[in-house]
Each structure stands twice: as structure tokens, then as C-alpha cells.
Design a protein around this ligand. Structure first.
Ligand code: CTP
Ligand code: CA
Length: 223
């Protein structure tokens, strides 16, 4: 893959990027979450900063500090939603690389749930807001919205549906059935779907190079 990351291409542009898996509290000591490591979002933030962008990283996993990146640490999907909506108003680009919990417990226990009296425990879950879809439908002309789709089957077809349903400009389809890519891996194998071009398949590459390929497309679209 040809990468033209030279620096300065995103100068004056504000990018809002989400990273990590959201956590949904069950009680004061327990939560529901997923296997996301946040690495893809951090790679995107790093490359965007290298290209001169103003970067706001809304993350659930505090990792190494990145020079030139402002971090906002959140926990739940609803907190992430609030932070994204606020930061997106004057942003040029939103990239939704967080693994957002689709559901949260219908209620959060005020005290630690005890075993006694509960032979079996059923937790009712309700759906969370869809951050990417909400931003996709509120974006104004000139703002670019990028989503990811982690799939284990029918990868491209499912991702294509998400691209149009969420009104994104790009959808990065990620086959997470492969043990060598996705979640905790340093590598990723993706296909970039866009509204007007053919899907661009990218070989298995370190996440930092995947980030460069994605931001290369963003730079060209902004130009
Ligand atoms: N996403 C989001 N808010 C949600 C769920 C997902 O912003 N509540 C974003 C993710 O960050 C990702 C994209 O939507 O960029 C697709 O996420 P994915 O889980 O693949 O799709 P869903 O729409 O949640 O559908 P499903 O999990 O049923 O396949
Ligand atoms: Ca989902």
C-alpha cells in the first residue's frame, strides 16, 4: 500500500476519534464490556497528530500519552455520546473506532448485588444510543464521518449496510474472525468502503499503517 504521510496535511483540521470498549455498570463494582484494546484508535490519533491535526481522543482506556492529542476519558456509552456530540460541533472529522456497547443494564444497582436469594440472576439489557449513526445524521457539508464494522461473517455486505444506514462517508470493515487481526492484535486486516469508490482491500498490516491508509483517504476527501 502506498502511504503518503508527510506531515502537515491535516494542519488546521480538528479530528475527533473514539477508542476502546465502553463499560456499562451493573452495580458499584461490576460492569459489562468487550474485548476492544483501543489500539486502533490510539494509532489513528498518533498518525493524525503527526499530520498536524488538532486531535481529541475520547477513550475508555488510558494508555501512553500522545504528543499533540487531547484525551477525554469516559466510561459508558452515554458519556462517550455526550463528549462526541460536544466535540464534533466544530470538528472536521469524526472517526468511531471505539467498540461501543450495544446494550446496558436496564438499571444500575445502588449497592453491590448479593448472591443470597439469587440462585439464578437475569439481567435485563436495553439498547444504547448509536453514536456513529447520530453523528452521521447530524454532520454538515464538509464534515467527514468514518466508522468501523467488526464482523465475523458476511463482512463486506454487513459493512456496506452500516455505511448507508449510519450515513458515514467511510466504513472500515474489519474481519475479527481471524485470530491474527482485530481486537488485541497489533495488526489489522481491513477493507475501506466509501460512498462513491470501489472497496479498497488492505493487506494485513500493523495498526499504525492501517491508520495511515485511512487518514490518507480522509486527507484526499478534505482536499
Ligand atoms: N457504534 C456506535 N454506537 C453504538 C454502536 C456502534 O457509535 N451504539 C459504532 C462503532 O464505533 C463502529 C460502528 O458503529 O464504528 C459499527 O459498530 P458495529 O458494532 O460493527 O455495528 P452495530 O451498528 O452496533 O451493529 P451490530 O453490532 O449489530 O453488528
Ligand atoms: Ca455493535
Amino acid at each position: 500500500i502506498r502511504i503518503q504521510a508527510r506531515g502537515g496535511e491535516l494542519k488546521g483540521k480538528k479530528l475527533v476519534i473514539t477508542a476502546g470498549g465502553t463499560r456499562e455498570a451493573l452495580d458499584p463494582v461490576r460492569y459489562l464490556t468487550n474485548r476492544s484494546s483501543g489500539k486502533m484508535g490510539y494509532a489513528l490519533a498518533q498518525v493524525a497528530a503527526e499530520l498536524g491535526a488538532t486531535v481529541v481522543l475520547i477513550t475508555t482506556t488510558k494508555r501512553e500519552e500522545l504528543y499533540g492529542v487531547r484525551e477525554i476519558v469516559v466510561t459508558s456509552t452515554r458519556d462517550m455520546h455526550t463528549a462526541v456530540v460536544q466535540e464534533f460541533s466544530d470538528a472536521d472529522v469524526f472517526i468511531s473506532s471505539a467498540a461501543v456497547s450495544d446494550y446496558r443494564p436496564a438499571s444500575q444497582a445502588e449497592n453491590k448485588i448479593k448472591k443470597v436469594g439469587h440462585e439464578n440472576l437475569t439481567i435485563e439489557l436495553i439498547q444504547n444510543p448509536d453514536i456513529l449513526s447520530d453523528i452521521g445524521h447530524m454532520k454538515k457539508a464538509g464534515q467527514i464521518v468514518v466508522g468501523f464494522a467488526a464482523e465475523t461473517q458476511n463482512v463486506l455486505a454487513s459493512a456496506q449496510k452500516k455505511l448507508s444506514k449510519k450515513n458515514a462517508d467511510f466504513l472500515i470493515a474489519n474481519d475479527v474472525s481471524n485470530v491474527d487481526s482485530g481486537f488485541d492484535s497489533d495488526n489489522n486486516k481491513v477493507t475501506i468502503l466509501s460512498r462513491d469508490k470501489d472497496p479498497e482491500k488492505i493487506e494485513l498490516l500493523p495498526k499504525i499503517d492501517i491508520a495511515r491508509a485511512i487518514l490518507d483517504r480522509v486527507v484526499k476527501t478534505l482536499a
